[in-house]
Design a protein around this ligand. Structure first.
Ligand code: FAD
Length: 355
């Protein structure tokens, strides 16, 4: 059975790794980037704690090792049995869509000029700007997991004033209130100025125009406020929810199309999967097993969501070698150094698997 995976990020690469254990599957990976990247470590790349080599693994030797064919191109569209790429047409029996997400700027004026750390390229550009311009005032837009971790890293490593602007009334608005309150206090103890209940109207030359009519002057803006589906997913005429590909309980959007990772809307038994590395990896492993079952003609296993929007699971780095753990309504703060050590080990061991 010829399985074509579109996107070699956390979900796609993990799927290839796990599916390679099943010899009856012929694996093809379509991915334009030369490396697998661990996005969870971008905030530490920004502060200079880790290097590009620490947080990436080259795709070509990995694919050679596991016997998968790598097509270093961008997929453009999907036809019956064929993925259309920039220069080639790749036939499939089953396709797995794992193209992740892209930054969402919500059409806000000037926002696309802000720095982002959604991709390695963006994170490196932001780091180069910090190194060459030594900004004194940095505004981070959005206080989700990425915004919070970035603020803590920069507060620890730079002699600059760091602001975090959040439209909702608390940081980490998608997490339980106790987590928001604890992390909010930690941010303040690190010297980060937290501005909540303020929307961003525009990014101007001199700073960030806010919904209360003021302009927050700064030398650098880092946009971390939200994601949207990749352009590939946008081009597909398949069932969707809020723009994401809507899967059934077997993580399929059609009999021959599986969807995993950030680009999937996974809702099983009333639980909506969070768009996290942890869910992406679990969905990849589950799909690798189901592909083997499909090839053997045995029934597929339904997926069970672990980290759902109403019961998140996450380890959040808060700088200075500390982190907090979130498990459903529980927020585990002690021992914060041990929690950071566990997070660090998980992130680094993800990349080591592909070396
Ligand atoms: C800064 C940051 C920090 C994060 N921290 C954490 C964390 O601490 N913990 C956690 O659990 N999660 C974290 N996340 C979220 C986590 O990284 C994502 O949920 C995870 O990467 C999703 O995996 P994915 O494979 O779906 O997407 P990605 O890892 O983004 O991979 C998608 C891949 O698809 C490729 N692609 C896109 N379009 C095409 C196309 N047309 N053709 C071919 N290939 C294509 C891309 O090049 C990319 O390699 C973080 C995210 C960011 C941005």
């Amino acid at each position: 059975m010829r399985v074509v995976v579109v996107g070699g990020g956390i979900a796609g690469a993990e799927l290839i790794r796990c599916a390679s254990a099943h010899e009856a599957l012929e694996l093809v990976l379509i991915e334009p980037k030369p490396r697998i990247e661990c996005q969870a470590l971008y905030p530490e790349l920004l502060s200079g704690k880790v290097s590009v080599e620490d947080i990436t693994a080259p795709l070509k030797p990995f694919c050679e090792r596991v016997g998968a064919t790598l097509i270093s191109e961008r997929a453009i569209s999907l036809e019956e049995g064929v993925v259309v790429c920039e220069r080639s047409r790749v036939e499939y029996d089953v396709v797995v869509v794992a193209t992740g997400a892209t930054q969402n700027y919500y059409g806000i004026r000037g926002a696309e000029r802000a720095f982002s750390i959604h991709t390695l390229e963006h994170a490196l550009r932001a780091r180069q700007f910090i190194e060459s311009h030594s900004p004194e005032r940095i505004v981070i837009v959005g206080s989700g997991l990425t915004g919070v971790e970035t603020a803590c890293e920069l507060a620890e490593s730079l002699d600059a004033t760091i602001y975090i602007v959040e439209m909702m009334d608390r940081v980490l608005p998608t997490f339980p209130e106790r987590t928001s309150s604890l992390v909010g206090k930690t941010l303040e103890s690190r010297g980060v100025r937290v501005l909540t209940s303020l929307g961003v109207c525009a990014i101007e030359e001199e700073g960030v125009a806010l919904s209360d009519g003021s302009v927050l002057e700064c030398d650098m803006v880092i946009w971390t406020a939200g994601i949207r589906p990749s352009s590939f997913v946008e081009s597909l005429s398949l069932p969707k929810r809020n723009g994401w590909l809507l899967t059934d309980r077997y993580l399929r959007v059609r009999e021959d199309v599986f969807v995993i990772g950030d680009n999937a809307w996974v809702e099983v038994d009333g639980k909506i999967a969070t768009k996290t590395g942890m869910e992406a990896e679990r969905q990849a492993r589950h799909t690798a097993e189901n592909l083997a079952r499909l090839e053997r003609g045995t029934p597929l296993f339904p997926y069970r969501v672990r980290a759902s929007t109403d019961s998140p699971v996450a380890l959040i780095s808060t700088g200075c070698g500390c982190a907090v753990g979130v498990y459903g309504r529980m927020c585990i703060t002690m021992p914060s150094r041990l929690i950071y050590a566990v997070k660090s080990w998980i992130d680094r061991s993800f990349i080591r698997r592909f070396r």
